[in-house]
Design a binder for this molecule. Structure first.
Ligand code: SF4
Length: 161
């Protein structure tokens, strides 16, 4: 049996655990309000949905560490690189708060903003507790910055490829 003793890794694991707990609470709140998702995938095609996905730097770190290789190359902000050819999210477990809270169900309209405000405040407090930078910015801004430091990852296989 081995025990993890690296303090940096322990800190990362502690942050990830706390972040995933916030995501789980948010998912439960969203489920309680029961917005309808028709799996159109529109919310991940940002231009079509007239929507920009924002996330914080700590959420990006977990997304990049835990998600598989993106399904498609990074474009100019029109779509999410983790949406596969069938319109599904391939980064589901690691997807950020903004992906979890928005639905195109007109009966749910208006609820996303309140939930977002409440849960972003929790996330921000968590980042502060861990001394992490917040840097809340569009997904494509973060990805361009992160992937300019190294080669953009090759898109992973999708079921249709
Ligand atoms: S991470 Fe997943 S849910 Fe979020 S925009 Fe990308 S494909 Fe959609």
């Amino acid at each position: 049996m081995s025990f993890q003793t690296d303090p940096v890794e322990l800190e990362v694991d502690a942050f990830r655990g706390a972040l995933l707990a916030i995501y789980a609470d948010l998912d439960a709140e969203v489920a309680r309000r029961a917005p309808v998702c028709q799996l159109s995938g529109r919310c991940c095609r940002f231009k079509e949905y007239d929507h920009t996905l924002f996330l914080s730097a700590p959420e990006l770190s977990v997304l990049l560490a835990d998600a598989p290789a993106p399904s498609r190359p990074l474009d100019q902000g029109l779509t999410c690189p983790w949406q596969d050819a069938q319109g599904r999210c391939t980064a589901r477990e690691a997807r950020p708060l903004g992906c979890r809270v928005y639905f195109c169900d007109p009966n749910y309209e208006g609820q996303a903003a309140d939930l977002s405000e409440t849960f972003l405040a929790r996330l921000k407090r968590l980042a502060e507790d861990f001394g992490l930078p917040w840097d809340y910015a569009p997904l494509h801004h973060h990805l361009r910055a992160a992937w300019s430091q190294r080669a953009q990852p090759e898109p992973g296989p999708t079921e249709s490829s």
